[in-house]
Design a protein around this ligand. Structure first.
Ligand code: NAP
Ligand code: GDD
Length: 326
Protein backbone atom coordinates (compact mmCIF):
# COMPACT_ATOMS: atom_id res chain seq x y z
CA UNK A 1 0.00 0.00 0.00
CA UNK A 2 1.50 3.37 -1.04
CA UNK A 3 1.54 6.20 1.47
CA UNK A 4 0.75 9.81 0.56
CA UNK A 5 1.09 12.94 2.68
CA UNK A 6 -1.14 15.85 1.64
CA UNK A 7 -0.66 19.36 3.03
CA UNK A 8 -3.79 21.50 2.56
CA UNK A 9 -6.01 18.42 2.88
CA UNK A 10 -8.89 20.52 4.28
CA UNK A 11 -8.92 22.70 1.13
CA UNK A 12 -10.72 22.17 -2.16
CA UNK A 13 -7.98 20.23 -3.97
CA UNK A 14 -6.92 18.42 -0.80
CA UNK A 15 -10.38 16.88 -0.46
CA UNK A 16 -10.60 15.84 -4.13
CA UNK A 17 -7.06 14.44 -4.05
CA UNK A 18 -7.62 12.52 -0.80
CA UNK A 19 -10.77 10.98 -2.25
CA UNK A 20 -8.92 10.05 -5.47
CA UNK A 21 -5.93 8.49 -3.64
CA UNK A 22 -8.13 6.52 -1.23
CA UNK A 23 -9.95 5.07 -4.23
CA UNK A 24 -6.56 4.03 -5.61
CA UNK A 25 -5.82 2.17 -2.36
CA UNK A 26 -3.38 4.65 -0.83
CA UNK A 27 -2.92 5.17 2.88
CA UNK A 28 -3.52 8.93 3.18
CA UNK A 29 -1.93 11.23 5.76
CA UNK A 30 -3.15 14.82 6.00
CA UNK A 31 -1.43 17.78 7.60
CA UNK A 32 -3.90 19.98 9.49
CA UNK A 33 -3.39 23.22 11.37
CA UNK A 34 -4.73 23.72 14.83
CA UNK A 35 -7.87 25.89 14.61
CA UNK A 36 -10.49 26.80 17.19
CA UNK A 37 -13.17 25.49 14.82
CA UNK A 38 -12.24 22.33 12.90
CA UNK A 39 -12.70 22.62 9.15
CA UNK A 40 -13.67 19.19 7.84
CA UNK A 41 -16.74 20.08 5.75
CA UNK A 42 -15.05 19.15 2.46
CA UNK A 43 -13.81 15.78 3.71
CA UNK A 44 -17.29 15.16 5.13
CA UNK A 45 -18.75 15.91 1.68
CA UNK A 46 -17.00 12.74 0.49
CA UNK A 47 -17.50 10.88 3.81
CA UNK A 48 -13.76 10.15 4.05
CA UNK A 49 -12.69 11.96 7.21
CA UNK A 50 -12.37 8.78 9.25
CA UNK A 51 -10.13 7.16 6.65
CA UNK A 52 -7.39 9.78 6.91
CA UNK A 53 -4.49 9.87 9.36
CA UNK A 54 -4.31 13.49 10.51
CA UNK A 55 -0.99 14.99 11.55
CA UNK A 56 -0.89 18.36 13.25
CA UNK A 57 1.38 20.89 11.59
CA UNK A 58 1.80 24.20 9.84
CA UNK A 59 3.93 25.37 6.92
CA UNK A 60 5.14 28.11 9.26
CA UNK A 61 6.54 25.60 11.75
CA UNK A 62 9.63 23.61 10.75
CA UNK A 63 9.56 21.12 13.60
CA UNK A 64 5.96 20.12 12.95
CA UNK A 65 6.78 19.44 9.29
CA UNK A 66 9.80 17.35 10.20
CA UNK A 67 7.66 15.31 12.58
CA UNK A 68 4.84 14.91 10.05
CA UNK A 69 7.14 13.67 7.28
CA UNK A 70 9.10 11.34 9.57
CA UNK A 71 5.85 9.91 10.98
CA UNK A 72 4.08 9.43 7.65
CA UNK A 73 7.14 8.05 5.81
CA UNK A 74 5.38 8.92 2.56
CA UNK A 75 6.07 7.62 -0.94
CA UNK A 76 4.45 10.79 -2.28
CA UNK A 77 4.06 14.28 -0.83
CA UNK A 78 1.53 16.74 -2.28
CA UNK A 79 2.18 20.28 -1.06
CA UNK A 80 -1.20 21.94 -1.60
CA UNK A 81 -1.25 24.13 1.51
CA UNK A 82 -1.18 27.86 0.84
CA UNK A 83 -2.68 31.25 1.53
CA UNK A 84 -4.41 30.82 -1.81
CA UNK A 85 -6.59 33.91 -2.15
CA UNK A 86 -4.99 36.50 -4.44
CA UNK A 87 -7.05 39.40 -3.06
CA UNK A 88 -5.87 38.80 0.50
CA UNK A 89 -2.24 38.67 -0.56
CA UNK A 90 -2.04 42.48 -0.85
CA UNK A 91 -3.41 42.83 2.69
CA UNK A 92 -1.27 40.06 4.19
CA UNK A 93 1.78 40.05 1.94
CA UNK A 94 4.25 38.91 4.61
CA UNK A 95 2.11 36.02 5.82
CA UNK A 96 1.43 34.98 2.22
CA UNK A 97 5.17 34.93 1.54
CA UNK A 98 6.00 33.04 4.72
CA UNK A 99 3.50 30.29 3.91
CA UNK A 100 3.68 30.06 0.12
CA UNK A 101 7.39 30.71 -0.38
CA UNK A 102 9.40 29.80 2.72
CA UNK A 103 6.82 27.14 3.62
CA UNK A 104 7.84 25.24 0.48
CA UNK A 105 11.49 25.31 1.51
CA UNK A 106 10.54 24.06 4.97
CA UNK A 107 8.60 21.07 3.64
CA UNK A 108 11.23 20.32 1.00
CA UNK A 109 13.88 20.23 3.74
CA UNK A 110 11.70 17.89 5.79
CA UNK A 111 11.37 15.57 2.80
CA UNK A 112 15.10 15.80 2.05
CA UNK A 113 16.02 14.76 5.58
CA UNK A 114 13.24 12.34 6.56
CA UNK A 115 11.91 10.80 3.31
CA UNK A 116 14.49 11.55 0.62
CA UNK A 117 13.09 8.98 -1.81
CA UNK A 118 9.57 10.45 -1.67
CA UNK A 119 8.19 12.05 -4.82
CA UNK A 120 7.13 15.66 -4.25
CA UNK A 121 4.39 17.72 -5.93
CA UNK A 122 4.29 21.52 -5.62
CA UNK A 123 1.04 23.39 -6.33
CA UNK A 124 2.23 26.14 -8.66
CA UNK A 125 -0.10 28.43 -10.52
CA UNK A 126 -0.97 30.25 -13.73
CA UNK A 127 -0.95 33.44 -11.59
CA UNK A 128 2.84 33.36 -12.08
CA UNK A 129 2.37 34.49 -15.70
CA UNK A 130 0.66 37.76 -14.87
CA UNK A 131 -0.25 39.38 -18.18
CA UNK A 132 2.62 37.67 -20.00
CA UNK A 133 1.66 35.46 -22.96
CA UNK A 134 2.84 34.14 -26.32
CA UNK A 135 0.26 34.63 -29.08
CA UNK A 136 -2.47 35.04 -26.49
CA UNK A 137 -1.67 31.79 -24.65
CA UNK A 138 0.52 30.47 -21.84
CA UNK A 139 2.55 27.26 -21.66
CA UNK A 140 5.67 25.92 -19.90
CA UNK A 141 7.90 28.24 -21.97
CA UNK A 142 6.02 31.51 -21.47
CA UNK A 143 8.02 34.10 -19.46
CA UNK A 144 6.73 34.64 -15.91
CA UNK A 145 5.77 38.12 -14.67
CA UNK A 146 3.82 37.82 -11.39
CA UNK A 147 1.47 40.70 -10.51
CA UNK A 148 0.42 40.00 -6.92
CA UNK A 149 2.21 39.15 -3.65
CA UNK A 150 0.50 35.74 -3.99
CA UNK A 151 1.96 35.16 -7.44
CA UNK A 152 5.41 36.32 -6.35
CA UNK A 153 5.37 33.95 -3.37
CA UNK A 154 4.29 31.10 -5.65
CA UNK A 155 7.09 31.94 -8.08
CA UNK A 156 9.57 31.34 -5.26
CA UNK A 157 7.86 28.02 -4.42
CA UNK A 158 8.06 27.01 -8.09
CA UNK A 159 11.77 27.75 -8.39
CA UNK A 160 12.83 26.25 -5.06
CA UNK A 161 11.05 23.05 -6.13
CA UNK A 162 13.05 23.02 -9.36
CA UNK A 163 16.22 23.91 -7.49
CA UNK A 164 15.92 20.97 -5.06
CA UNK A 165 15.45 18.66 -8.06
CA UNK A 166 18.58 20.05 -9.72
CA UNK A 167 20.65 20.32 -6.53
CA UNK A 168 19.81 17.20 -4.52
CA UNK A 169 18.58 14.74 -7.14
CA UNK A 170 15.13 14.75 -5.52
CA UNK A 171 11.98 13.76 -7.46
CA UNK A 172 10.17 17.11 -7.35
CA UNK A 173 7.50 18.29 -9.81
CA UNK A 174 5.78 21.63 -10.14
CA UNK A 175 2.27 21.64 -11.62
CA UNK A 176 1.36 24.99 -13.16
CA UNK A 177 -2.38 24.70 -12.75
CA UNK A 178 -4.85 27.16 -14.22
CA UNK A 179 -7.99 28.03 -12.23
CA UNK A 180 -10.02 25.01 -11.18
CA UNK A 181 -13.29 25.08 -9.35
CA UNK A 182 -15.97 22.82 -7.86
CA UNK A 183 -18.84 22.90 -5.38
CA UNK A 184 -16.08 22.69 -2.72
CA UNK A 185 -14.46 25.96 -3.82
CA UNK A 186 -13.90 28.56 -1.10
CA UNK A 187 -16.73 31.09 -0.94
CA UNK A 188 -14.55 34.16 -1.65
CA UNK A 189 -13.37 32.98 -5.09
CA UNK A 190 -15.42 34.47 -7.89
CA UNK A 191 -17.00 31.27 -9.26
CA UNK A 192 -18.31 30.04 -5.93
CA UNK A 193 -19.27 33.58 -4.92
CA UNK A 194 -21.43 33.70 -8.06
CA UNK A 195 -22.94 30.20 -7.68
CA UNK A 196 -23.74 30.90 -4.02
CA UNK A 197 -25.06 34.40 -4.82
CA UNK A 198 -27.28 33.12 -7.63
CA UNK A 199 -28.70 30.44 -5.34
CA UNK A 200 -29.46 33.08 -2.68
CA UNK A 201 -31.24 35.28 -5.21
CA UNK A 202 -33.21 32.31 -6.54
CA UNK A 203 -34.36 31.39 -3.02
CA UNK A 204 -35.27 34.99 -2.22
CA UNK A 205 -32.68 35.42 0.54
CA UNK A 206 -30.56 37.98 -1.37
CA UNK A 207 -31.45 40.64 -3.90
CA UNK A 208 -28.05 41.45 -5.45
CA UNK A 209 -24.59 40.10 -6.14
CA UNK A 210 -21.65 42.49 -5.66
CA UNK A 211 -18.63 41.84 -7.88
CA UNK A 212 -15.47 43.55 -9.15
CA UNK A 213 -13.95 43.26 -12.64
CA UNK A 214 -16.38 41.40 -14.92
CA UNK A 215 -14.08 41.58 -17.96
CA UNK A 216 -11.19 39.43 -16.78
CA UNK A 217 -10.95 36.01 -18.39
CA UNK A 218 -9.91 32.75 -16.78
CA UNK A 219 -9.30 29.22 -18.07
CA UNK A 220 -11.65 27.44 -15.65
CA UNK A 221 -11.52 23.66 -15.17
CA UNK A 222 -12.84 21.17 -12.62
CA UNK A 223 -10.79 20.38 -9.49
CA UNK A 224 -11.73 16.68 -9.68
CA UNK A 225 -10.05 16.46 -13.10
CA UNK A 226 -6.99 18.44 -12.04
CA UNK A 227 -6.00 16.32 -9.01
CA UNK A 228 -5.62 13.37 -11.38
CA UNK A 229 -2.96 15.34 -13.24
CA UNK A 230 -1.07 15.92 -9.96
CA UNK A 231 -0.98 12.17 -9.36
CA UNK A 232 0.04 11.38 -12.94
CA UNK A 233 3.04 13.74 -12.64
CA UNK A 234 4.35 11.67 -9.73
CA UNK A 235 3.89 8.37 -11.62
CA UNK A 236 6.42 9.38 -14.30
CA UNK A 237 9.97 8.00 -14.35
CA UNK A 238 11.49 11.48 -14.55
CA UNK A 239 10.34 14.55 -12.61
CA UNK A 240 9.12 17.40 -14.84
CA UNK A 241 6.88 20.45 -14.67
CA UNK A 242 3.54 20.59 -16.48
CA UNK A 243 0.85 23.13 -17.36
CA UNK A 244 -2.66 21.87 -16.58
CA UNK A 245 -5.54 23.74 -18.22
CA UNK A 246 -8.58 23.30 -20.45
CA UNK A 247 -7.39 25.53 -23.34
CA UNK A 248 -10.68 27.47 -23.31
CA UNK A 249 -11.32 30.67 -21.38
CA UNK A 250 -14.36 32.68 -20.37
CA UNK A 251 -14.96 36.07 -18.77
CA UNK A 252 -16.51 36.67 -15.36
CA UNK A 253 -19.49 38.01 -17.33
CA UNK A 254 -19.77 34.65 -19.15
CA UNK A 255 -19.71 32.85 -15.79
CA UNK A 256 -22.50 35.07 -14.43
CA UNK A 257 -24.63 34.57 -17.51
CA UNK A 258 -24.26 30.78 -17.38
CA UNK A 259 -24.88 30.65 -13.61
CA UNK A 260 -28.08 32.72 -13.66
CA UNK A 261 -29.25 30.65 -16.62
CA UNK A 262 -28.67 27.40 -14.67
CA UNK A 263 -30.96 28.73 -11.95
CA UNK A 264 -33.57 29.77 -14.51
CA UNK A 265 -33.21 33.51 -13.76
CA UNK A 266 -33.72 35.93 -16.68
CA UNK A 267 -32.26 39.47 -16.95
CA UNK A 268 -29.25 38.61 -14.78
CA UNK A 269 -27.67 42.07 -15.18
CA UNK A 270 -30.29 43.63 -12.91
CA UNK A 271 -28.91 41.66 -9.95
CA UNK A 272 -25.18 42.36 -10.42
CA UNK A 273 -23.68 45.45 -8.77
CA UNK A 274 -20.11 46.55 -9.47
CA UNK A 275 -18.35 47.22 -6.18
CA UNK A 276 -14.94 48.95 -6.14
CA UNK A 277 -14.03 46.94 -3.02
CA UNK A 278 -13.50 43.90 -5.25
CA UNK A 279 -11.28 45.62 -7.85
CA UNK A 280 -7.65 44.56 -7.36
CA UNK A 281 -4.60 46.85 -7.19
CA UNK A 282 -3.16 44.96 -10.19
CA UNK A 283 -5.16 42.60 -12.38
CA UNK A 284 -4.52 39.69 -14.74
CA UNK A 285 -6.64 40.40 -17.79
CA UNK A 286 -6.73 36.91 -19.20
CA UNK A 287 -5.32 33.41 -18.71
CA UNK A 288 -5.47 30.74 -21.40
CA UNK A 289 -3.35 27.64 -20.87
CA UNK A 290 -1.86 25.28 -23.41
CA UNK A 291 -1.55 21.86 -21.74
CA UNK A 292 -0.26 19.96 -24.80
CA UNK A 293 2.74 18.60 -22.87
CA UNK A 294 0.49 17.06 -20.18
CA UNK A 295 -1.86 15.67 -22.79
CA UNK A 296 1.00 14.01 -24.67
CA UNK A 297 3.25 12.83 -21.82
CA UNK A 298 0.72 12.17 -19.05
CA UNK A 299 -2.21 11.18 -21.25
CA UNK A 300 -4.26 13.68 -19.22
CA UNK A 301 -7.21 15.69 -20.45
CA UNK A 302 -10.02 17.56 -18.71
CA UNK A 303 -13.43 15.85 -18.74
CA UNK A 304 -15.90 18.41 -17.42
CA UNK A 305 -16.91 21.31 -19.67
CA UNK A 306 -17.36 24.91 -18.53
CA UNK A 307 -21.16 24.61 -18.85
CA UNK A 308 -21.24 21.37 -16.81
CA UNK A 309 -19.00 22.92 -14.15
CA UNK A 310 -21.17 26.03 -13.74
CA UNK A 311 -24.34 23.97 -13.65
CA UNK A 312 -22.91 21.58 -11.05
CA UNK A 313 -21.83 24.46 -8.79
CA UNK A 314 -25.15 26.31 -9.05
CA UNK A 315 -27.25 23.17 -8.49
CA UNK A 316 -25.19 22.22 -5.41
CA UNK A 317 -25.61 25.70 -3.91
CA UNK A 318 -29.33 25.69 -4.68
CA UNK A 319 -29.60 22.41 -2.74
CA UNK A 320 -27.37 23.61 0.08
CA UNK A 321 -29.49 26.71 0.64
CA UNK A 322 -32.89 25.16 -0.03
CA UNK A 323 -33.81 25.09 3.68
CA UNK A 324 -33.59 28.91 3.72
CA UNK A 325 -36.07 29.16 0.85
CA UNK A 326 -38.68 31.87 1.51
P1 NAP B 1 -7.71 26.22 -0.61
O1 NAP B 1 -9.06 25.61 -0.79
O2 NAP B 1 -7.60 27.64 -0.22
O3 NAP B 1 -6.93 25.32 0.48
C1 NAP B 1 -5.74 25.77 1.09
C2 NAP B 1 -5.31 24.77 2.14
O4 NAP B 1 -4.07 25.21 2.72
C3 NAP B 1 -6.30 24.60 3.31
O5 NAP B 1 -6.34 23.24 3.67
C4 NAP B 1 -5.66 25.41 4.41
O6 NAP B 1 -5.98 24.97 5.71
C5 NAP B 1 -4.19 25.12 4.13
N1 NAP B 1 -3.27 26.08 4.75
C6 NAP B 1 -3.28 27.43 4.64
N2 NAP B 1 -2.26 27.96 5.34
C7 NAP B 1 -1.59 26.92 5.90
C8 NAP B 1 -0.46 26.82 6.74
N3 NAP B 1 0.20 27.91 7.17
N4 NAP B 1 -0.03 25.60 7.12
C9 NAP B 1 -0.69 24.49 6.72
N5 NAP B 1 -1.79 24.52 5.93
C10 NAP B 1 -2.22 25.72 5.53
O7 NAP B 1 -6.84 26.03 -1.94
P2 NAP B 1 -7.09 25.08 -3.22
O8 NAP B 1 -7.97 25.80 -4.20
O9 NAP B 1 -7.43 23.72 -2.76
O10 NAP B 1 -5.63 25.10 -3.88
C11 NAP B 1 -4.66 24.13 -3.48
C12 NAP B 1 -3.28 24.65 -3.85
O11 NAP B 1 -3.20 24.85 -5.27
C13 NAP B 1 -2.89 25.98 -3.24
O12 NAP B 1 -1.51 25.95 -2.98
C14 NAP B 1 -3.20 27.00 -4.34
O13 NAP B 1 -2.40 28.15 -4.17
C15 NAP B 1 -2.83 26.19 -5.55
N6 NAP B 1 -3.52 26.52 -6.79
C16 NAP B 1 -4.89 26.55 -6.80
C17 NAP B 1 -5.55 26.80 -7.99
C18 NAP B 1 -7.04 26.81 -8.06
O14 NAP B 1 -7.58 27.35 -9.05
N7 NAP B 1 -7.74 26.23 -7.09
C19 NAP B 1 -4.80 27.02 -9.18
C20 NAP B 1 -3.42 26.96 -9.11
C21 NAP B 1 -2.78 26.70 -7.92
P3 NAP B 1 -7.25 25.53 6.54
O15 NAP B 1 -8.42 24.69 6.10
O16 NAP B 1 -6.84 25.31 7.94
O17 NAP B 1 -7.42 26.97 6.17
N1 GDD C 1 -12.64 36.79 -5.82
C1 GDD C 1 -13.32 37.66 -6.59
N2 GDD C 1 -14.40 38.31 -6.07
N3 GDD C 1 -12.88 37.87 -7.85
C2 GDD C 1 -13.60 38.72 -8.62
C3 GDD C 1 -14.73 39.39 -8.15
C4 GDD C 1 -15.14 39.18 -6.81
O1 GDD C 1 -16.11 39.75 -6.33
N4 GDD C 1 -15.21 40.15 -9.17
C5 GDD C 1 -14.42 39.94 -10.22
N5 GDD C 1 -13.43 39.09 -9.90
C6 GDD C 1 -12.33 38.67 -10.78
C7 GDD C 1 -10.94 38.85 -10.17
O2 GDD C 1 -10.54 40.22 -10.25
C8 GDD C 1 -10.13 37.92 -11.08
O3 GDD C 1 -9.80 38.59 -12.28
C9 GDD C 1 -11.13 36.80 -11.39
O4 GDD C 1 -12.43 37.29 -11.02
C10 GDD C 1 -10.85 35.50 -10.66
O5 GDD C 1 -10.68 35.76 -9.29
P1 GDD C 1 -10.60 34.57 -8.21
O6 GDD C 1 -11.75 33.66 -8.37
O7 GDD C 1 -10.39 35.19 -6.88
O8 GDD C 1 -9.33 33.72 -8.69
P2 GDD C 1 -7.87 34.16 -9.14
O9 GDD C 1 -7.77 33.93 -10.62
O10 GDD C 1 -7.50 35.48 -8.62
O11 GDD C 1 -6.96 33.08 -8.38
C11 GDD C 1 -7.32 31.69 -8.38
O12 GDD C 1 -6.69 31.03 -9.45
C12 GDD C 1 -5.26 31.02 -9.40
C13 GDD C 1 -4.78 30.28 -10.66
O13 GDD C 1 -4.76 31.15 -11.75
C14 GDD C 1 -6.88 31.11 -7.02
O14 GDD C 1 -7.38 29.80 -6.91
C15 GDD C 1 -5.37 31.06 -6.90
O15 GDD C 1 -5.02 30.35 -5.70
C16 GDD C 1 -4.83 30.32 -8.12
O16 GDD C 1 -3.41 30.23 -8.05
Amino acid sequence: MKRALITGITGQDGAYLAQFLLEKGYEVFGLIRRTSSPNFWRLDYFGIKDRIHFLEGDLLDTESLNLAVSTAQPDEVYNLAAQSFVGTSWKQAVLTTEVNALGVTRILNAVKHFAPKAKFYQASTSEMYGNSHLNGKQDENTPLHPRSPYAISKLYGHWITINYRESFDMFTCSGILFNHESPLRGIEFVTRKISDGVARIKHGIASELRLGNLDSKRDWGFSGDYVQAMWLMLQQNQPEDFVISTGINHSVTDFCEAAFQSAGIQNWKQYVVIDQAFIRPAELNFLLGMSNKAREKLGWQPKKTFEQLVDMMVKTDLDRLSHYKK
